[in-house]
Design a binder for this molecule. Structure first.
Ligand code: GLN
Ligand code: ZN
Length: 763
């Protein structure tokens, strides 16, 4: 009998019910008890979905009002001092405290600066970063995981509580104040975890899953060594620990982990299938092995027959000690495919969301136990049919696309001349002043723009009317930029709902869902497009807009595209070809767009790649391979233009140092980049490496509503000019302006243009 279990389930609800409820609570439209009731209803519904799918152990403790890491900070009482005080007379409570930590404010309690938020490993999910300081103590504070486990048990579910492990929580925490070694906090921390386990034992829970995804990182020795003592201390009578690892293989940690005093180990066989045999060799005879064989990071139906074949040796060796599940929590996929109506039947048949993945896990468990019931057989047969249909589909495999990628040569990735030559040709043609000013692409997405789009979507506006209203927006945006005195203008991206979806909708090989929501952070969800097949561009995507925009002005108009790596990263990728292959197809499609723009008279073209850095593999040894193809795909996109056409790129982060050589290798003529929040931290990268091309270090933070002061921006550029010759510096904000209002944008850009003018006089 192979046991099936759920490593974790999405919490947002099929129709984003949790988002709607929490936002209503924040607005004051829902009271706390109503919010609590909605949370309880959703948990119960999600356990039911898992159980109905046939899962043996449902997950508890994976629910969160905002974020699961934040849940653990609440559990441990790791609440920064600034959130402790009560505002007079107003009752504070744990719920509002966690909302204040996440968002800076809540219906009750004093506002304070929110905690930092960052991406969870290489996913698009963001967690609230724990704040750590020397001498910090921990105290069992929130008992949510215990209470919710009891809640599930009372409703008759087989509950397996899930915790994020103490080492992962600590590793992801950030030191505030005096630097110190975070491991000093471990003893205290483990004591609280011990209490939680003891209380879970009292509920009657048998298995507790403890997630330590940091085991898939290159961990320093002391951290790896700490595992043994931590898990020794965590041994609790009546509790069996399932140590869960995911997002990669254990590699150097394999032996340490196999020998830890825990009863079970979960490994990710989607990302690292080769682990199975080494684990089978090493695992002590008393331990349970949970194999993560259903992809928790992607939306494809699995090939169950192939998995059953792969698991044969495990079944023979482990018998009842074999468990099956998804590679990681299903948090990263949408909830239920059955609600989908926008997808055609064929595409739909290829997919599995969380509910369907639970069915697959359960079917595997049953099949491995020798269950040959109709239901199990039907699911395996369905998966065979789907595997065949995907292999043969002409919608997926298109020879003309494959011929194009086969024909890629290094020459295609190469501009005609080196940067120095291009630079003078471009300066001559574009006639730009010293310290040219520009923006990153988008201007405020006003209520009016959103209203027009929604009318168009509801078919209350025909295509022509919609196009005209967007053209008016573009005209107005250009007038404003002219009045501000900017040098290189943009059309403002009014016609784009989203920088990836906009392109995906116009490319072949992409599908879109109606309810395919995935939590990004807190109540924010995204609906990633699905890349199902070979990608091509049936027709130009942005040319008409850019040409229209250029016709409105005698100034230089910058064309605006999203780059291949970013489109790939923010979509669900195929699992039947490598990401590199899809990226090359995207690059070729975008290259056609770039050359069409050039033909149409657009002399400056920006190809945004904000996602290049977040695509970095978790292990450093894998970086070069990824960066090589990512950089090549960018070069392929940009490489078809004449020397005097200026290629820009944009990135939104400042940790630049460790990949600067690759960024330089992209060979964009101009790169604009975020720096202002980190006070030009980026410049550290230039201590040892001289960035060869032009660069626009963002001079103000667009994420803040504060209008930047001139002196501040001027100092930043002057600082930059010490490292980069002024002839190669641009002046621009650090990201697109779509989330801001016009009055603040106008004020900020007035200051920015003024600063550039003053600098021109000084240099
Ligand atoms: N061109 C895009 C914009 O301005 C860039 C967005 C981004 O960097 N994420 O909105
Ligand atoms: Zn940006």
């Amino acid at each position: 009998m192979a046991t099936s279990h759920c490593v974790g389930f999405p919490r947002i609800g099929k129709f984003r019910e949790l988002k709607k409820a929490t936002e209503a609570y924040w607005r004051g439209d829902l009271d706390q008890s109503a919010l609590m009731a909605e949370g309880k209803r959703l948990r119960s519904m999600h356990w039911r979905m898992q159980q109905d799918a046939g899962i043996d152990w449902v997950a508890t403790g994976d629910f969160a009002w905002y974020d699961q890491m934040l849940n653990h900070s609440m559990m441990l009482g790791a609440i920064p001092h600034r959130f402790e005080g009560n505002i007079e007379g107003q009752a504070d409570n744990l719920l509002d405290t966690q909302f204040r930590m996440a968002r800076g404010r809540a219906p009750s309690g004093q506002a304070a600066a929110a905690c930092e938020m960052t991406k969870w490993f290489d996913t698009n999910y963001h967690y609230i970063v724990p704040e750590l300081h020397q001498g910090q103590t921990f105290r069992l504070t929130s008992r949510a995981v215990i209470e919710q486990t009891i809640e599930a048990q009372e409703q008759g579910f087989n509950a397996k509580p899930v915790l994020i492990g103490p080492l992962t929580w600590l590793w992801l925490g950030k030191v505030k104040g005096e630097p110190f070694d975070r491991l000093e906090l471990l003893d205290e921390l483990v004591t609280v975890y011990g209490q939680v386990l003891a209380e879970l034992a009292e509920t009657g829970a048998q298995w507790v899953q403890i997630d330590e995804p940091i085991l898939a990182l290159d961990l320093p020795q002391p951290w790896l060594q700490a595992f043994e003592s931590v898990y020794n201390k965590l041994q609790t009578p009546a509790i069996k620990i399932m140590l869960a690892t995911y997002f990669g293989g254990l590699q150097d940690a394999t032996t340490t982990v196999a020998n830890l005093p825990v009863e079970g180990l979960h490994i990710d066989l989607v990302r690292a299938p080769e682990q199975l045999l080494s684990e089978l060799d090493r695992l002590p005879a008393y331990k349970t092995l949970s194999v993560g064989v259903i992809d928790g990071r992607n939306i494809w139906r699995s090939d169950l027959s192939a998995i059953l074949e792969q698991l044969k040796p495990a079944r023979e060796k482990l018998g009842e000690r074999l468990w099956v599940s998804s590679s990681c929590s299903l948090l990263h996929v949408p909830v239920d495919l059955d609600s989908e109506e926008r997808l055609d039947e064929e595409t739909k048949s290829w997919l599995a969301f969380a509910v369907q993945k639970c069915e697959e896990i359960a079917a595997l468990g049953k099949a491995l136990s020798g269950d040959n019931s109709d239901k199990t057989r039907a699911l395996v047969a369905l998966s065979d049919t789907v595997a065949c249909s995907r292999r043969a589909s002409r919608r997926i495999h298109r020879e003309e696309v494959q011929q194009k990628t086969d024909a890629i040569t290094p020459e295609l990735m190469q501009r005609h001349s080196p940067f120095a030559q291009r630079y003078s040709l471009q300066r001559e043609k574009l006639k730009l002043p010293l310290f040219p000013t520009t923006t990153i692409g988008s201007f405020p997405q006003t209520k009016e723009i959103r209203r027009q789009r929604s009318l168009y979507r509801k078919q209350q506006l025909d295509r022509q009317e919609y196009l005209e209203s967007m053209q008016q927006e573009i005209q107005a945006t250009i007038k404003r930029q002219e009045a501000l005195g900017l040098d290189v203008l943009v059309h403002g991206e009014a016609e784009r709902n989203d920088m990836v979806e906009y392109f995906g909708e116009q490319l072949d090989g992409f599908a879109f869902t109606e309810y395919g929501w995935v939590q990004s952070y807190g109540s924010r969800c995204v609906k990633p497009p699905i890349i199902y097949g070979d990608i091509s561009r049936p027709a130009p995507m942005t040319v008409d807009w850019s040409v229209f925009a250029q016709q409105q002005t005698s100034k230089v108009m910058k064309g605006m595209l999203t780059g291949p790596v970013t489109i790939l990263r923010w979509s669900f990728p195929r699992d039947d070809v490598s990401q590199k292959t899809s990226c090359e197809q995207l690059a070729l499609a975008l290259r056609e767009e770039v050359t069409d723009l050039e033909q149409a008279g657009i002399g400056v073209i920006q190809i945004d790649e904000p996602a290049i850095r977040e695509g970095l593999p978790l292990r450093k040894a894998d970086w070069p391979e990824y960066l090589d193809w990512a950089v090549n795909c960018f070069r392929l996109t940009a490489g078809g233009v004449q020397d005097d056409t200026q290629i820009h790129t944009h990135m939104c982060y400042s940790e630049f140092n460790d990949i600067i050589e690759y960024i330089a290798a992209m060979d964009a003529d101009v790169i604009t980049i975020e720096t202002s929040r980190s006070d030009m931290q980026l410049l550290d990268a230039f201590e040892e490496f001289e960035y060869p091309n032009e660069i626009g270090p963002g001079v103000y933070d667009i994420h803040s509503p504060n209008v930047p002061e001139r002196e501040w921006m001027k100092q930043l550029i002057k600082k930059a000019a010490e490292k980069i010759p002024p002839e190669r510096l641009w002046v621009n904000p650090d990201c697109g302006l779509k989330t801001r209002d016009w009055p603040e944008v106008e004020e900020a850009l007035t200051n920015m243009v003024q600063v550039a003018r003053e600098l021109r006089a000084e240099y």
